[in-house]
Design a protein around this ligand. Structure first.
Ligand SMILES: Nc1ncnc2c1ncn2[C@@H]1O[C@H](COP(=O)(O)OP(=O)(O)OP(=O)(O)O)[C@@H](O)[C@H]1O
Length: 283
């Protein structure tokens, strides 16, 4: 059975100029221990698809799907309090802006221990012990001391490590990483990706890697979903996608990689891809 199964997901936002369809009939599956990359340019609906699955969109979003299940359980049909028990525990998410994702008013120790209190029911001493273990696991030096720091006292890379520690605190079955390295320095990006891949392998988690970066896809993914303007354009295992892309949009994404540049100037996606091909999108 798939860990997360999505069929024909549609997300519409109510806006001042009328309804806006951000996700248009997307389907995908993620299995235990599998790394699925969702790739596409900014605005293609990658984050909104996953926030919809997590139930984290604002009330202006209308979410429908033929199927939206986690471990066989219907996420859309279940009461909000049931869903909250799954989100943050069995499914965890990390975001692009690690500093902004943490609460500036509380120490990072308080924030990780709160997750352990709410979802795991650990007492104070057990929470502290586990928090130190988790900080060690994500490579934060002097973990016992660092627990007393506020987010602004840590670098972006350290804050992302804290976010990852919080995300894995309850041993999730599925981790959704939304552009986890985009806001970080290039040298730190590789360290964070390596850390995520190590944790995924050690814990056998399913991992959904949302990215606009084909390099990240090549380094991490088993399978890839390519999205454009809210639609799924293509889905393939990573080797097939790079060797034999089916959709023109995927070909355009690959041709825009610096390694594939042939002339003086790198072509843009819009030069390489004509939009009317979106009608041929995969379901
Ligand atoms: N609350 C909202 N109200 C209205 N439109 C929204 C809302 N949230 C997102 N959108 C729109 O939905 C579309 C998809 O956004 P989404 O964030 O999923 O894109 P993305 O592919 O993840 O790109 P990025 O990498 O830039 O986040 C965008 O056009 C965005 O402006």
């Amino acid at each position: 059975m798939a860990l997360l199964e999505i069929e024909n997901l549609v997300v519409e936002f109510e806006t001042a100029s009328g309804p806006f369809r951000a996700v248009n009939g997307v389907s995908m599956k993620v299995h235990e221990g599998e790394v699925l990359a969702i790739v596409g340019e900014s605005g293609s609906g990658k984050s909104v698809s996953m926030l919809a699955a997590m139930g984290l969109l604002p009330w202006t979003a209308k979410v429908t799907a033929d199927k939206l299940t986690f471990n066989g359980r219907d996420l859309l049909g279940m009461p909000a309090n049931e869903r909250r028990k799954i989100i943050g525990k069995d499914i965890a998410m990390i975001f692009q802006e690690p500093v902004a994702s943490l609460n500036p008013c509380f120490t990072v120790g308080f924030q990780i221990e709160e997750v352990l209190r709410v979802h795991m029911g650990l007492d104070k001493a057990a929470r502290r012990k586990r928090a130190i273990e988790l900080f060690q696991a994500v490579g934060i030096p002097d973990p016992a001391e660092r627990l007393n720091s506020y987010p602004h006292q840590m670098s972006g890379g350290q804050c992302q490590r804290v976010m990852i520690a919080i995300a894995i605190a309850c041993n999730p079955k599925l981790l959704i990483a939304d552009e986890p390295t985009t806001a970080l320095d290039v040298t730190i990006q590789k360290q964070i990706l390596d850390l995520l891949m190590k944790l995924q392998a050690d814990h056998g988690m399913g991992l959904i890697m949302i990215t606009h970066n084909m390099g990240v896809v090549a380094e991490t993914a088993d399978r890839v979903v390519v999205q454009y303007k809210g639609r799924k354009m293509e889905e393939a295992d990573v080797l097939t996608l790079f060797a034999n892309p089916k959709s023109n949009y995927t070909r355009a994404l690959l041709a825009a990689l610096p390694d594939n540049a042939t002339g003086d100037r790198l072509p843009t996606i819009s030069e390489l891809f004509v939009d009317d091909q979106v009608e041929g999108a995969a379901r």
